[in-house]
Write a protein that binds this ligand. Structure first.
Ligand SMILES: Nc1ncnc2c1ncn2[C@@H]1O[C@H](COP(=O)(O)OP(=O)(O)OP(=O)(O)O)[C@@H](O)[C@H]1O
Length: 503
């Protein structure tokens, strides 16, 4: 194979190279996981230096040229995919040749179809139940991947099932007994079925995909993946895809790849050129005022606000609703039904402000997202890349604004370092922000009282002991969207309905 030297800029590249050296010890693996969280820069040093690349020769490649059969070419056309994206161009021919793939490409660059299309073609050529298993780190992402398989495979009658936590085990067991072709799952629930569902096994599996592979191979999921890998055939194809692929040998070792082709369509922490990234620096005590100011300024845009914890997510939602913003929360302490409901409302435009934890940071494809606000800084550069990647997808434009307080400077500088660029400060009218402070403080006090009430309800062990279910339901109705929010905790709040912040 013709090979050229790695080009550090955003070039389409191709590589063929055995990347799996001998196993590392468990302890060194844990250390490396830890250091990855603590310092992204360290990982950079471990990037393989010998990776060999080749530039794309033909810019006008079609889906047909990649070797895809006509029904799949037709499906792409139906989805209005005019031409393959770079990662599709570079990986699909290898996948069709039966190679294992490590695929790295920017957020929103079409990685899902890059792994789904060759699997669907292989399924067509050799149909069998339990043909492929796709794992994803979040339930919402699993649902979305399944939808992609179904739309791309509609012309060949593919049958998919989604196996994720928070949903009824029995209904899933029944769905599995119907022998679907493709299982899209989160690892924990799949393991649960492998252990407890009679008659279910993955012994005939031909393809395993780890989407957001670096996340799936980390400390949280890794041990479960290890267990699953023990009970699936070694003779299979394995695809790893992510926008921030790990280069840690011990992690890649975990996936038991067989002489994989590494396809990189981006440098490690690159973001798309259509994404405009900004930061805002201010004292911590003004954080909520800045948030409210920005949401006012950016009213009409579809916005995701990322917070660090479920509690913060819930508090910010209540605060914004008290001020008349159509905000909806998405975090791991909501019931699964609520999570999917929130996502659907946001996707459909029914609510245009989603307040989310990192449960929404990876993989979710919501074309209409205009703005990502990092209310709290992400833990590391990888999470930053995935969060801001919820906008500016598939060639569209988008903006991200990251809040930086006096306590965040070090982490923020590490992110800038990883991005290898200095971001611009987002222009604001500071006097206008100051004018908001009093009303925001007041709304904040109400939000905190309300949050305490929610916690008290949960503590009593009623429905959804661990979840923000019932109270949240009260909030999440159309009257809230209209800003006509009525307080349970005092008439005073009702009087504030008129004080809407939105222009
Ligand atoms: N060839 C194509 N032409 C046009 N649009 C495409 C093409 N392939 C995929 N898309 C669309 O691009 C969007 C992003 O794709 P996808 O969700 O697979 O991105 P991704 O690379 O997996 O992103 P992330 O890293 O955030 O998970 C989707 O809406 C998808 O339908």
């Amino acid at each position: 194979m013709a090979i050229k030297q790695l080009n550090k800029t955003k070039k389409v590249v191709k590589a063929e190279k055995k990347v799996i050296p001998p196993p590392a010890s468990e302890s060194s693996e844990q250390e490396s996981d830890q250091s990855e969280l603590e310092n992204d820069a360290e990982e950079e040093e471990e990037t393989e230096t010998a990776t060999e690349k080749e530039e794309t020769k033909n810019e006008n490649v079609t889906f047909k040229d990649l070797g895809l059969m006509q029904p799949l070419v037709d499906a792409c056309e139906q989805l209005k995919f005019k031409a393959p994206t770079e990662i599709q161009k570079e990986s699909i021919p290898w996948s069709l040749q039966g190679r294992d793939i490590i695929g790295l490409a920017q957020t929103g660059s079409g990685k899902t179809a890059a792994f789904a299309l060759p699997i669907l073609q292989a399924l067509w050529n050799n149909p069998s139940p339990m043909f492929a298993c796709v794992m994803a780190p979040t339930r919402e992402l699993a649902v979305q991947i399944s939808e992609t398989f179904e739309s791309l495979g509609s012309t060949i009658g593919v049958r998919c099932v989604v196996i994720v936590g928070g949903m009824d085990m029995m209904a899933q067991s029944i769905a599995l007994s119907k022998k679907p072709h493709i299982i899209v799952c989160t690892p924990g629930r799949l393991q649960d079925h492998l252990e407890n569902t009679k008659g279910f096994s993955l012994r005939s599996l031909k393809y395993l995909v780890l989407d957001e592979a670096d996340r799936l191979l980390d400390m949280d999921f890794g041990p479960i993946i290890d267990q699953i890998l023990k009970v699936i055939p070694k003779e299979r194809n394995t695809f790893l895809f992510s926008a921030t692929m790990t280069t840690k040998v011990a992690k890649l070792q975990r996936a038991s790849l067989n002489n994989p082709v590494k396809v990189e369509v981006a440098t490690k922490y690159s973001t798309v050129s259509t994404l405009l990234q900004y930061y805002l620096f201010f004292p911590l005590k003004q954080k909520d005022s800045y948030l409210v100011y920005l949401l006012n300024e950016l009213a009409g845009n579809s916005t995701i606000v990322f917070s660090r914890t479920c509690n913060d997510c819930q508090r910010i939602t209540l605060l914004l609703r008290n001020l008349g913003f159509p905000a909806i929360p998405l975090h791991g302490q909501l019931s699964q039904e609520k999570r999917l409901g929130a996502l659907n409302k946001f996707k459909s435009g029914n609510r245009n402000i989603l307040i989310a934890t990192d449960v929404a940071s990876r993989g979710l494809d919501i074309p209409s997202v205009d703005i990502v606000l990092n209310y709290d800084l992400p833990n590391n550069s990888k999470d930053y890349i995935h969060r801001v990647g919820r906008t500016a997808r598939a060639g569209r434009s988008g903006k991200s604004i990251t809040f930086v307080t006096q306590y965040d400077v070090e982490v923020y500088q590490r992110i800038e370092q990883a991005l290898d660029k200095k971001l611009d400060e987002f222009p604001v009218d500071k006097d206008a922000v100051m004018l908001l402070q009093e009303r925001v403080d007041e709304a904040q006090r109400f939000a905190i009282t309300e949050l305490k009430e929610q916690h008290a309800t949960r503590g009593k062990g009623g429905r959804g002991k661990r979840q923000f279910n019932s109270d949240d339901k009260d909030r999440d109705d159309d009257s809230v969207q209209a800003g006509a929010y009525h307080s349970k905790s005092g008439a005073a709040r009702g009087n504030r309905q008129g004080k809407k912040m939105r222009k």
